[in-house]
Design a protein. Structure first.
Length: 187
């Protein structure tokens, strides 16, 4: 529908895909190079934020240890520890109709589990992508095209509500750090 998005590009889901209510968000990655001696365990997590860009409570932080948001609108389908194989390696489900009124932004991040101990970063990861699907049909896809040589955490994309419309933006901002970096930012 929207095809391939470039970094920073936004699409208006409410306006251009009004029938889209239940969205499956797939995150994929592969390892591009050298064997670092450990698996690459990338973790997809979701921060659901209020109008001040903060978590109303930690129940709106969805990750492998908290697989459902307080309002049950965001569900995490589970941890993939290697990224082996094509397609989506971790999947998150979003039901726009169930999102709590106070939530105006849903941020999808990807971090590398134990990046420091395993000496890993996004420069060693290939084919990173985030895509939105409607009943198995791809609606939009963003492929990370930058080579992050030191970053270990990534804000991949976000859904946000503006003037009553849900929009999606391909973000692609890299950080050094891990999940705690985002918790510090959003708490
Ligand atoms: Ca994982
Ligand atoms: Ca993969």
């Amino acid at each position: 529908m929207f095809g391939l998005l470039s970094k920073g590009e936004r699409v208006d889901l409410t306006k251009e895909a009004p029938e889209l209510e239940k969205i499956t968000v797939g995150l994929g990655w592969d390892i591009n190079s050298t064997d670092t001696g450990s698996d690459f365990d990338l973790d997809a997590s979701v921060f659901m934020l209020d109008k001040n860009s903060k978590l109303p409570s930690t129940n709106f932080f969805v990750f492998y240890n908290n697989k459902s948001s307080e309002d049950s609108s965001v569900l995490h389908y589970g941890d993939n520890r290697t990224g082996a194989g094509d397609g989506d390696d971790e999947v998150i489900f979003v039901d726009l109709a169930k999102i709590d009124e106070k939530i105006t932004e849903i941020v999808f991040v990807v971090t590398i589990h134990e990046a420091e101990a395993r000496k890993q970063n996004f420069g060693q990861v290939a084919n990173s992508s985030i895509r939105l699907m409607d009943s198995g049909k791809e609606v939009a896809k963003y492929e990370l095209d930058e080579d992050f040589s030191t970053e270990t955490a990534l804000e991949f994309g976000k859904l946000y509500k503006k003037n009553g419309s849900w929009k999606f933006q391909a973000v692609g901002t890299g950080y050094k750090g891990g999940l705690q970096t985002f918790l510090d930012k959003y708490q």
